[in-house]
Design a binder for this molecule. Structure first.
Ligand SMILES: [Zn+2]
Length: 91
């Protein structure tokens, strides 16, 4: 065990590696179930998963509304700030 606050270990690595595929439902059912059960138990991965989902939904929404790029950047920037705050709280 390390004292790092980051998500570590083979399970976390695997879950985070497949996070995008999982969110996009581009992963086979078996792996998807594995990741889901890991996220259910692992707060760090759950946080990561939630953030990615929020980013994704915001981006796709602003895409469909043909939002100007500056707005999208602002949204992403805001999310990044939140992510930093969460990381700091975790540390
Ligand atoms: Zn994890």
């Amino acid at each position: 065990m390390t004292t790092s606050s980051n998500c570590e270990g083979p399970d976390c690595e695997k879950a985070l590696e497949n996070l995008y595929l999982f969110i996009d439902h581009e992963i086979d059912t078996a792996s998807s179930a594995e990741i889901q059960s890991h996220i259910d138990e692992c707060t760090s991965c759950l946080t990561e998963y939630d953030l990615e989902r929020v980013v994704k939904s915001l981006v796709s929404r602003s895409c469909s509304e043909v939002a100007p790029d500056p707005l999208r950047e602002k949204v992403l920037m805001r999310i990044r700030t939140v992510q930093v705050q969460i990381t700091e709280q975790r540390a």
